[in-house]
Ligand binder design. Structure first.
Ligand code: GLN
Length: 304
């Protein structure tokens, strides 16, 4: 399989839709990124690496951080986590409050904002320095020591993130946060603000394609079953209320962020990360989703 040729074809074909979609301007600092950017990187569990476009340009990983916080929370809390957060698709936008009232403060899954706030609380309750621990965990996975928060993005969300603040306090009112909501929000906003490139994100996510073992270091990050759990959750919950359409078109577990990144995983083969800032109405990268769909169509490789 000539992955580099496929990536180059995709790069040429997505040009027509670059600049379409909407940049996430509800976090004002994110609106500064030019909408025409596009990068894609594929890394195999055997150490091969392929990339096109802006694959080395860092961007705000936003909700893709939820993959790494969930992984850490699974390490820290094991199955106890599932008493406080569900494992079903939400069918509602990532920042919706509606379901929480009906479901007594138990978020549907760890990848919507409410679920990620609970996951962050689990980490914060066990580790005082949740911000740094998550950053260092991602640095170690990505094999890059200078991956860091974008403090202006974190501050921008701290100023404007009233919906997330409402959600954290709402969770607290149901007894589903142990820590102070403001501390949980501060850690959550910082995790979302981490900047990484497609190549760094792909490297960091490669343990999910390799039965839970980071292929470069050989370190076991999670058990083989836990890697299966995370990938299953990505497939069913990773792209919010567009998850059915994403699974239909792309056929890979994936996690999107409103910075325009999507990290996808092909178990036992590769990670595939794409970035383009213009979003569709569900908050997933428009050109990124198209690029992943082209990839699985052209290569004939998907989980199905
Ligand atoms: N920080 C963003 C928020 O909480 C993350 C959302 C996302 O990437 N989907 O709204």
């Amino acid at each position: 399989m000539n992955y580099q040729t496929i990536l180059q074809e995709i790069h040429a074909e997505v040009q027509a839709c670059l600049g379409e979609g909407r940049i996430a301007d509800y976090i004002p600092e994110l609106a500064k990124v030019p909408g025409s950017r596009f990068g894609m990187a594929l890394q195999t569990v055997n150490g091969e690496s392929y990339a096109v476009g802006d694959a080395d340009q860092r961007f705000s990983i936003q909700s893709i951080s939820k993959v790494f916080t969930l992984t850490l929370a699974m390490q820290l809390a094991g199955d106890d986590l599932w008493r406080r957060v569900g494992r079903e698709p939400s069918g509602t936008p990532f920042n919706s409050l509606v379901q929480l009232e009906h479901e007594h403060g138990i978020p549907r899954n760890p990848f919507i904002n409410a679920g990620a706030l609970v996951v962050t609380d689990v980490i914060l309750a066990k580790l005082a320095d949740a911000k740094q621990t998550v950053r260092d965990f991602i640095r170690a996975l990505g094999g890059t020591t200078d991956i860091d928060f974008d403090l202006s993005v974190a501050a921008s969300e701290q100023l404007t993130g009233h919906r997330n603040k409402a959600m954290a306090h709402f969770l607290k009112s149901f007894g589903n946060l142990d820590c102070d909501p403001d501390g949980v929000l501060d850690a959550y906003f910082h995790h979302c603000s981490i900047e990484m490139s497609c190549r760094e994100l792909g490297a960091a996510g490669l343990f999910l394609a390799n039965d839970g073992v980071a292929p470069v270091s050989g370190d076991r990050i999670v058990s083989s079953s836990q890697a299966k759990y995370v990938n299953s959750l990505l497939l069913t919950c990773g792209t919010y209320d567009a998850v059915g359409d994403f699974a239909y078109r792309v056929g890979l577990p994936g996690k999107s962020g409103v910075g325009g990144g999507i990290l996808a995983v092909m178990p036992r083969k590769f990670s595939l990360c794409v970035w383009s800032p213009g979003l569709n109405e569900h908050g997933n990268s428009l050109a990124g989703t198209r690029a992943l769909e082209l990839f699985t169509s052209k290569s004939g490789i998907s989980v199905f």
